[in-house]
Design a protein around this ligand. Structure first.
Ligand SMILES: [Cu+2]
Length: 385
């Protein structure tokens, strides 16, 4: 056994060194000085923020229509204008196949990788994709430097607009999401100018209930029924957020630790989204909680990748999967679980296999499930701290 694990450990050590140096090299001295003079201490969080500063400029390239026009076929995705829309489009098109089932972790891992690849290949970014660690400000993400609206943040909360519940109907679920602390457009910091193009979710109306209708999947693609609205149609609106402390409190350290205690992948899938049925126990759901704690567009399970924070959230989920795999890499590297149908562990539903295709439309190649299982195989080469 030692002879098998030693090369893996050596490989990890090399990757760690490469990653650490790549990470350091991405930090500009001027940003470092500016950050220290701003009265902040320079710890890992601050280093990540400086990486944010670089990435913020680059992400704007992805939604610059002239610089990064969409590659989606207009007859399939009439509303796509830029490359960011291409990412949203494939997430909408694949939604039923990649959520609340055995494809969640692998598909989103590779999408996050493709996003970082687009930033590098198409926009000149040289650093790693930072993750948004939910834990330090899980009591109230408004206090997080990620969302404080500062220059190095991912932009602010949405402007406060009195509103009622958000009703979410999707994947056979009916959820009433209580209002958060914003609801309107991102009004400060980066991304306040971002216009979202795809998705059916309306902007939040004052004191009204907001209904996010289930995606009419039959309306997507070339066979679209053009008389019905489609999430792939052009629906321009501002980027909304609605930071919600009642949800973020489900993504604290104890929740992450509990998730990491899962003995198998089926548990990991269910526990991330609160469909693990344990009597007399509150269901935890760090993945959903991450989305709902930001709210607004993040309450839309289809079009949520239209907010650049989506990729930081999913990098954190990917990090947790990678840490879980790393606890027993030999046995967990190719560990699968679950089916390809949302909220279904019935033996009648197709089980996930390593040969299953994972598709990424215009943002990447179709790969096998196996090719997304390790962050240091195939064309991926990264590790998390
Ligand atoms: Cu998703």
């Amino acid at each position: 056994m030692a002879s098998q694990t030693a090369p893996i450990l050596f490989q990890w050590a090399i990757r760690l060194w490469l990653d650490a140096n790549l990470f350091r090299s991405s930090i500009k001295e001027t940003d470092r000085a500016r950050y220290i003079s701003a009265g902040e201490y320079l710890d890992l969080d601050s280093l990540l923020l400086i990486t944010f500063a670089e990435i913020l400029v680059i992400v704007q390239c992805l939604y610059d229509v002239k610089r990064s026009p969409a590659k989606s076929n207009p007859s399939d995705v009439p509303g796509a204008l830029n490359r960011l829309d291409d990412f949203v489009a494939v997430h909408i098109q694949q939604s039923d196949y990649i959520h609340f089932n055995g494809n969640l972790y692998a598909w989103h891992r590779y999408l996050t990788h493709l996003y970082s690849k687009a930033l590098k290949d198409e926009c000149g970014y040289k650093g790693p994709i930072p993750y948004w660690d939910w834990v330090p400000h899980c009591r109230d993400q408004r206090k997080s430097p990620v969302f404080d609206g500062g220059r190095y943040s991912m932009g602010s909360n949405g402007r406060y607009e009195p509103h009622g519940n958000t009703t979410l109907t999707a994947f056979g679920l009916h959820l009433e999401l209580t209002p958060g602390t914003g609801g309107g457009c991102v009004y400060k910091g980066p991304f306040q100018d971002l216009t979202v193009h795809l998705g059916l979710s309306p902007t939040i109306a004052p004191a009204n209930r907001v209904v996010l209708a289930a995606l009419p999947l039959e309306n997507a693609g070339p066979t679209a029924n053009t008389s019905a609205p489609s999430a792939l149609d052009y629906n321009p609106r501002c980027l909304t957020r609605d930071i919600n402390p009642s949800w973020s409190q489900q993504s604290c350290l104890n929740n992450v630790v509990y998730l990491l205690q899962c003995p198998d992948v089926v548990c990991l899938e269910k526990r991330a989204d609160g469909w693990e049925t344990i009597p007399q126990q509150t269901q935890q759901q760090v993945h959903s909680a991450g989305h709902f704690s930001i709210g607004g567009l993040q309450n839309d399970p289809f079009a949520s990748p239209g907010d650049p924070v989506f990729y930081l959230h999913h990098a954190q989920l990917d990090r947790i999967w990678a840490i879980w795999q790393g606890q027993d890499f030999e046995n967990r590297k190719l560990a699968l679980g679950g089916t390809t149908v949302p909220f279904t562990d019935s033996p009648n539903a197709p089980l996930v296999t390593l040969q299953d295709p994972l598709s990424f439309g215009t943002v990447g190649p179709t790969i096998t499930h196996e090719q997304a299982m390790s962050t240091i195989d195939y064309d991926m080469c990264y590790i998390y701290d």
